[in-house]
Design a protein around this ligand. Structure first.
Ligand code: KIV
Length: 262
């Protein structure tokens, strides 16, 4: 789908219902999200923290992103897949276009770009690749890895609104709003046609996104942002299962006759 077609589709969908986007980084999770019917899958550069064990997104490379995007694309056959452009992959418009093309070759339908990088976004969209914007807290450029709310000060809020309007005029098909006050998110959502997808931006957005590992309780050690809601405790479930296996092997209960070839 070209940028205009995807934008039309997502705008129409957002008129009917709240949009749901979740991150995925691998084949089995992508298959599950595809089967449930989420609207979009983001192969986020949060990969760096939740799957690769780094402390921020700044270590993630294009090779990492392409590797994981292709796994997601093998699992999700009907969902819109968005590849998250990692740090330095869009340092120039030409580099941005080359990176975006790698995502498309890996099976993504669109890319997400942090910040108001109009030249990069325009170059990528002119080449027929849809772009999702991302404003508010921007992990690739923040010095502080602990999330703090952005857009509380009037000048910051005004700049964000202006950035959102710029991205909208460029024709992005949606805009992620990360860690901003609910009221500002509502104001931006009203001001732009591109549907807004909030993460820590309150109920007034057109849709919501969460990092799947946060929602599933796969990171019991890490800092939890206020907006993270746990829907499962997978880390506990996995630990219990692994502990039972360890006990069975050590106590010679596994493999039993049922699980043995003769
Ligand atoms: O990388 C990511 O998971 C993201 C979301 C937080 C929107 O950019």
């Amino acid at each position: 789908m070209n940028p205009l077609e995807l934008r039309k589709k997502v705008v129409e969908l957002a008129k009917k219902r709240k949009l749901v986007m979740l991150t995925a980084y691998n084949y089995p999770v992508a298959r599950i999200l595809d089967a449930v019917g989420v609207d979009m899958i983001l192969v986020g550069d949060s990969l760096g923290m939740v799957e690769l064990g780094f402390e921020d997104t700044k270590h993630v490379t294009m090779d990492d992103m392409v590797h994981h995007t292709s796994a997601v694309a093998r699992g999700a056959k009907k969902t819109i897949i968005v590849g998250d452009m990692p740090i330095h992959s869009d340092d120039t418009p030409q580099l941005g276009l080359e990176s975006a093309r790698r995502f498309i070759e890996a099976g993504a339908h669109a890319v997400k770009i942090e910040g108001n990088k109009s030249e990069v976004i325009k170059t990528i969209m002119d080449a027929g690749i849809p772009v999702m914007g991302h404003l508010g807290y921007l992990p690739q450029t923040e010095a502080d890895i602990v999330r703090t709310v952005r857009g509380k000060k009037a000048n910051e809020a005004e700049k964000m609104l202006q950035d959102a309007e710029d991205l909208d005029k460029l024709g992005v098909f949606s805009i992620v709003l990360e860690s901003i006050p609910k009221k500002l998110a509502g104001k931006i959502t009203k001001a732009v046609e591109a549907p807004t997808i909030g993460i820590g931006a309150g109920i007034n957005c057109n849709g919501q996104v969460l990092v799947i590992n946060d929602l599933l309780g796969m990171d019991e050690s890490g800092h939890k942002a206020k907006y993270v809601k746990l829907y499962a405790q997978l880390e506990t479930i996995i630990k219990e299962a692994v502990q039972r296996f360890v006990d069975d092997v050590r106590k010679r209960r596994y493999p039993d006759e049922e699980h043995t070839y003769h």
